[in-house]
Design a protein around this ligand. Structure first.
Ligand SMILES: NC(=O)c1ccc[n+]([C@@H]2O[C@H](COP(=O)([O-])OP(=O)(O)OC[C@H]3O[C@@H](n4cnc5c(N)ncnc54)[C@H](O)[C@@H]3O)[C@@H](O)[C@H]2O)c1
Ligand SMILES: [Zn+2]
Length: 362
C-alpha cells in the first residue's frame, strides 16, 4: 500500500492506494474522529458491486451507514439529484458530525462532494474512487460540483475530502473503454510534470493495460503525488493548477459540440492533448520527435488522436472553445508544452490563429 499526503494545512489528508482497502474503510474512517452515522452515495453500477462490502466494513467498525443510490452517468450530476440526496440525508437524520462517503467514479465524487459541502453547511466526506480517472484525478484536490443545462461544472465549491481510499481491486470490473479513458489523464501527468513518468508509461504501457497491480500502484501513486503537489501550491486555481487543464480546452469543446456521450472525457482530452502538442510545436518549439512520442503513446493506449470533423463541425468547435470559462477578450488561454515534462500555462492564442490551426490539423 502507498500513502500520498495532500498538504493543505489544517485541511491536509491522506490518499491511500493499494489492494483490499475497501475492507478497511471502517477502520480508516474511525481514525478521523467523526460521528457514528454516515451515508454512502453510489451509483447504480457501483452500488451492487461494492456497496455491500463498504457497508460491512463500516458496520464492523461500529458505524451506521445508509446507502443512497443515484443514477449512473454524467446526467446524475444535476441539482435534482442533489435535492434527492439532501432529502435522504435528512430522513436518515444525519447531523453535523455525520459524514458522507463517495463510492464510485468522478460523477459520484463530484456530486457527493457537493452534497457534503452544502448539507448542514458542510459535513465531512471521504472519497472511495472506483474508476482510474477518479483515482488519479477527480477524487484529489477538492473540486466538487454539478452541471447546469448551460454547461458542465458550472455550480460547485472547493471542498477537500478527509481521506481518499483508492482500492485497486475495484478497477477489476471497470470496462476497458473507461479504463483507457483514465489513462489519458495518467499520460497527461507525464507531459505536464514528469518526464520520467512519461518514459515509464512508454515502457510499461502493456503491463498497465493488463492492470498489473504493482505497476498500477506505482503509477497511480505518482499521479496522485503530482496532483497533490500542484493543488498544495495552488488550491483554488489562481495559477499553477491550470497546468492540469493541458488538452482540456479543445477536449471540453469537443465533448460539448459532439453531444455529450460520443466521446468519454478521457477520449476527448486525448485528442485535445495531441492537438495541444502540435500547437506547442508551432508556438513553443516542442520538438517534432516529442510530438511524435505523445501521439504514439495515446495511439498505443487505443485512445483517439485525430479530429475528424466537417467544416461546419469545426466551426462549432471553434465557437465552443471561445465560449469556454477561461477565455478573455476573444483570446483563448492554452497550456502548452515546452518539452515532455514541462509546460507553460496562460499562453494567449488569438482566435484567428486557432481557426487556421484547426482547419489544417486533422
Ligand atoms: N473534481 C475534479 O477535479 C474532476 C476532475 C476530472 C473529472 N471530473 C469529473 O469526473 C466525471 C467523470 O468521472 P468518471 O470518468 O469516473 O465517470 P463516471 O463516474 O461516470 O464512471 C464511469 C462509468 O463507470 C461506472 N463505474 C465506476 N466504477 C466502476 C467499477 N469499479 N466497475 C464497473 N463500473 C464502474 C460508472 O457507473 C459509470 O457508468 C465527470 O463528471 C468530470 O467532470 C472531476
Ligand atoms: Zn480531465
Amino acid at each position: 500500500m502507498r500513502v500520498v499526503k495532500v498538504a493543505l494545512g489544517s485541511r491536509s489528508y491522506a490518499i491511500q492506494i493499494g489492494n483490499g482497502l475497501l475492507g478497511e474503510l471502517g477502520k480508516q474512517c474511525a481514525r478521523l474522529g467523526l460521528g457514528k452515522r454516515c451515508a454512502i452515495i453510489s451509483d447504480r453500477n457501483v452500488a451492487p458491486k461494492y456497496g455491500g462490502a463498504a457497508r460491512r466494513a463500516l458496520a464492523k467498525a461500529g458505524f451506521e451507514a445508509v446507502l443512497i443510490r443515484v443514477p449512473a452517468g454524467e446526467t446524475a450530476k444535476r441539482l435534482s439529484t442533489v435535492q434527492r440526496c439532501y432529502d435522504e440525508l435528512a430522513a436518515h437524520r444525519l447531523e453535523r458530525k455525520s459524514f458522507i462517503i463517495a463510492l464510485g467514479g468522478g460523477v459520484v465524487g463530484d456530486l457527493a462532494g457537493f452534497v457534503a459541502a452544502t448539507y448542514l453547511r458542510g459535513v465531512a466526506f471521504v472519497q472511495v474512487p472506483t474508476t482510474l480517472l477518479a483515482q488519479v484525478d477527480s477524487s484529489v484536490g477538492g473540486k466538487v460540483g454539478i452541471n447546469l443545462k448551460a454547461g458542465k461544472n458550472l455550480v460547485g465549491a472547493f471542498y477537500q475530502p478527509r481521506l481518499v481510499l483508492c482500492d485497486l481491486d475495484t478497477l477489476a470490473t471497470l470496462p476497458a473503454r473507461e479504463f483507457r479513458a483514465g489513462l489519458a489523464e495518467v499520460i497527461k501527468y507525464g507531459i505536464i510534470y514528469d518526464r520520467a513518468l512519461f518514459q515509464r508509461l512508454e515502457r510499461d504501457l502493456s503491463k498497465l493495460l493488463k492492470r498489473d497491480p504493482a505497476t498500477l500502484t506505482a503509477v497511480i501513486a505518482r499521479c496522485c503525488e503530482i496532483k497533490a503537489e500542484v493543488v498544495g501550491q495552488d488550491e483554488t486555481e489562481s495559477g499553477l493548477r491550470a497546468i492540469l487543464n493541458f488538452g482540456h480546452t479543445i477536449g471540453h469543446a469537443l465533448e460539448a459540440t459532439s453531444g455529450y456521450g460520443r466521446y468519454l472525457h478521457g477520449e476527448a482530452i486525448a485528442i485535445g492533448q495531441v492537438a495541444a502538442a502540435h500547437l506547442s510545436a508551432r508556438l513553443l518549439d516542442l520538438p517534432a520527435s516529442e510530438v511524435g512520442r505523445i501521439h504514439e503513446l495515446f495511439r498505443r493506449a487505443s485512445l483517439p488522436t485525430k479530429l475528424e470533423l466537417s467544416s461546419s463541425e469545426r466551426a462549432k468547435l471553434l465557437s465552443a472553445i471561445t465560449l469556454d470559462k477561461k477565455v478573455s477578450n476573444g483570446e483563448v488561454r492554452f497550456v502548452l508544452a515546452k518539452k515532455i515534462g514541462q509546460v507553460e500555462y496562460g499562453r494567449r492564442i488569438p482566435g484567428g490563429l486557432l481557426q487556421e490551426f484547426l482547419s489544417r490539423w486533422q
